[in-house]
Design a protein around this ligand. Structure first.
Ligand SMILES: Nc1ncnc2c1ncn2[C@@H]1O[C@H](COP(=O)(O)OP(=O)(O)O)[C@@H](O)[C@H]1O
Ligand SMILES: [Mg+2]
Length: 332
């Protein structure tokens, strides 16, 4: 057993039961997952909409109860010591929770008071966070006037008002423009540098790749893989990807046949006018591949060599892309 664990999840299951058109209907949102989170790490839950990420987080935050399985947070049993757990964690939900008619600072003070701080301490803590997260230019405006990015930064500030040891962030940057996203991630990174354990969900795999020490890939309520992003890419994709674009689909099958006979080619996938060729060492294979194409009069319009991304890992594991671009603007 690893003593460094702050969260232990064992065989966690959640079945929602409701009634629809007079019939009982149940949905298994989480299907018996197990994982541990280490002290001081950023742990990412990645998966498409409906995978069970939010449900898992809400259980870990004591907001809903599990159907079965066991969870301990900071050594406290989830079912027996909810108050102790709540004192030590912060949760920023997918939708956020600002009081829109109050100013940013008033929101912080309200939250601090809810955690039992005196009004003087609450005021001090609010000022400290406004300074720390660089919120001054809009802290005194009503929250309803905030941009999406400004709201998210204040959501983050309310989540850490009581200096939690563990912070849960559900989709902290979904729907934000790239600049606001990077601002939010910078603040998350600072909290991590200060020693806070962070569990987050995100649709942005590039960011998860850079930020997370470990990621769990969730699909249909189950953990499909769990590892450090770099190790995961190496293990699942094992190599680099050469993308050959022929400009038309005509010669695709012929090119595929030629490449499939090469010993350094591990796998080939075709899409439209392109072949994705998985190879051990891209730098060395690329000139050989191009030589073969020339020799066989196969005209390659464009070629690129890429290191695998978490998107590639996800596609390989589940046969689907994590998220279609139009889903990003969807509010759920
Ligand atoms: N309160 C609820 N009642 C019934 N079904 C729910 C409820 N919350 C979530 N679900 C269902 O559980 C599944 C997982 O949802 P969720 O945890 O929100 O996924 P994610 O956050 O990964 O998008 C979905 O099928 C969703 O419709
Ligand atoms: Mg969700």
């Amino acid at each position: 057993m690893n003593d460094n664990c702050v969260i232990r999840v064992n065989g966690l299951k959640k079945i929602f039961t409701g009634r629809e058109k007079g019939k009982t209907k149940s949905v298994e949102a989480v299907s018996g997952i197990s994982f541990n989170v280490n002290n001081g790490e950023i742990f990412g839950l990645l998966g498409p909409n409906g995978a069970g990420k939010t449900t898992t987080m809400r259980i870990l935050c004591t907001l809903i109860s599990p159907t079965s399985g066991s969870v301990s947070v900071l050594g406290y049993d989830l079912l027996k010591h909810q108050n102790e757990i709540r004192k030590n964690i912060g949760y920023v939900s997918q939708k956020g929770g600002l009081e829109l008619r109050s100013t940013g600072k008033e929101n912080l003070i309200l939250q601090a008071r809810l955690y039992g701080m005196s009004s003087l301490d609450a005021e001090r803590r609010a000022d400290e966070l406004i300074d720390k997260l660089d919120l001054k230019s809009f802290a005194f405006r009503k929250a309803k006037t905030f941009s999406g990015g400004q709201k998210r930064l204040f959501d983050l500030a309310t989540g850490i008002i009581h200096k939690p040891k563990i912070l849960f962030l559900d989709e902290p940057t979904t729907g934000l423009d790239p600049q606001s996203r990077s601002h939010v991630w910078n603040e998350v990174k600072k909290l991590y540098d200060d020693g806070t354990t962070i569990i987050l969900t995100t649709h942005y795999l590039e960011e998860a790749d850079v930020l997370c020490n470990r990621v769990a890939i969730i699909n249909l309520g189950k953990i499909v893989e769990l590892d450090n992003p770099a190790l995961l890419k190496r293990r699942i994709i094992a190599g680099d990807i050469i993308v050959l674009n022929f400009g038309s689909g005509d010669s695709l099958e012929f090119a595929k046949k030629i490449l499939a006979a090469e010993s350094y080619v591990k796998e080939i996938q075709s899409a439209d006018t392109m072949l994705q060729v998985y190879v051990d060492e891209g730098d060395r294979s690329l000139p050989v591949v191009m030589g073969l194409m020339n020799k066989n009069n196969l005209h390659v319009q464009t070629v690129s060599l890429s290191r695998p991304t978490l998107d590639d890992v996800f596609l390989k594991l589940t046969g689907r892309k994590l998220i279609e671009p139009e889903q990003l603007s969807e509010k759920d």
